[in-house]
Design a protein around this ligand. Structure first.
Ligand SMILES: *[C@@H]1O[C@H](CO)[C@@H](O)[C@H](O)[C@H]1NC(C)=O
Length: 332
């Protein structure tokens, strides 16, 4: 499949148009130039997907394409676990095409994908997914460990959450994780938290959106990630983050923090789902929980936010809107 970005302009040139990469910030910063001519920023969110089309991955992909046709999408966000079971074996791994390029084939999905890494991605050659040469196979692909995307009304902060989770280090359960670039772990996490805090404080966007693979709050199989509750959440609270978006639990869910400031949104229904488990750890208000496959759309304007969760038939399962303000009360 030819790379769509190559149709008119060389991809290297287009990348410059798409995103301006600055080296001055601690976290790598990309500017997403809008390809839309109105006030709204629309994007889709899918997580936990790469299974060569199996487990309804192809059905979810088809409906993502349909919804992207209706709304003027700027990009797609992937919340990680991009390739099952064990990430990619290298940059030439055929899984990249079989689980990504050949699955998300709708014309309306021909746009930038911003990807983070999940724990399964760390079980392969982690550097393969980060390697820019993958863009010569499919130039929609962009994966980095932690980075910021400035997209007009919103700043999106992508955070590499896997290194936070103790059990991957203490009880790897027979799995081998590729920790190149992460060790010594303590330094990695400390620097990352410092950089995220700095970037959040600098942000003047109407919306601050943080994206990571692991949930902070979840009623799903894995539940809350205690390490993130302790180390990351206080920084998000102090800096008026509005949305935290994750995957990892293979479900769709929305939880409000008890003070209503942060919405915790899980979009991890990109393929295998139906675990049939709901935990109520009383960590916030569970507003919506769906155990099957699907994805989410986000629309942000200067005045409000609209979130919609969809199932494999493209049916809207749950919609939620709120006005913008610095201290959101999230009253509907
Ligand atoms: C695919 O989606 C349908 C509809 O939600 C569901 O009934 C079915 O179990 C799903 N298949 C798999 C393999 O998860």
């Amino acid at each position: 499949m030819a790379c769509f970005l190559n149709k008119s302009i060389p991809s290297s040139l287009l990348l410059l148009i798409f995103c301006f990469i600055s080296t001055t910030a601690e976290l790598q910063r990309l500017r997403h130039e809008p390809n839309y001519d109105h006030d709204a920023l629309n994007f889709l969110v899918v997580g936990d997907w790469g299974r060569k089309g199996q487990y309804n991955q192809s059905k979810v992909a088809l409906q993502m394409g349909r919804i992207a046709e209706e709304l003027d999408m700027a990009f797609v966000v992937s919340t990680g676990d991009n390739f099952y079971e064990d990430g990619l074996t290298g940059v030439t791994d055929p899984d990249f095409r079989q689980s990504f390029t050949n699955i998300y084939t709708s014309k309306s999905l021909e746009m930038q994908w911003y990807n983070v890494l999940g724990n399964h991605d760390y079980r392969g050659d982690v550097e393969a997914q980060l390697d820019p040469t993958l863009r010569s196979v499919d130039c929609r692909w962009l994966c980095m460990r932690s980075f910021v995307v400035n997209a007009q009304v919103a700043d999106l902060f992508f955070i590499d959450t896997t290194p936070f989770v103790d059990k991957y280090f203490t009880h790897p359960g027979g799995h081998i994780y590729d920790w190149r670039g992460v060790l010594p772990r303590k330094n990695y996490i400390q620097n990352l938290l410092k950089d995220v805090e700095f970037a959040l404080k600098e942000s003047t966007a109407t919306w601050k959106v943080v994206i990571g693979h692991h949930p902070i709050r979840s009623a799903g199989h894995h539940g809350d990630t205690q390490e993130l509750v302790e180390q990351l959440l206080p920084i998000l609270e102090d800096n008026n983050v509005h949305l935290y978006i994750n995957g990892h639990d293979h479900c769709l869910e929305r939880i409000s923090s008890s003070d209503g400031q942060i919405q915790f949104l899980t979009s991890g229904g990109g393929s295998k789902a139906w675990r049939g488990e709901v935990k109520d750890e009383n960590a916030g208000e569970i507003e919506f929980y769906y155990d099957g496959q699907g994805f989410m759309s986000v629309q942000l304007t200067h005045s409000d936010v609209h979130i919609v969760f969809y199932d494999v038939f493209g049916k809207a399962l749950h919609k939620w809107s709120a006005p913008s303000s610095n201290q959101l009360n999230w009253a509907i």
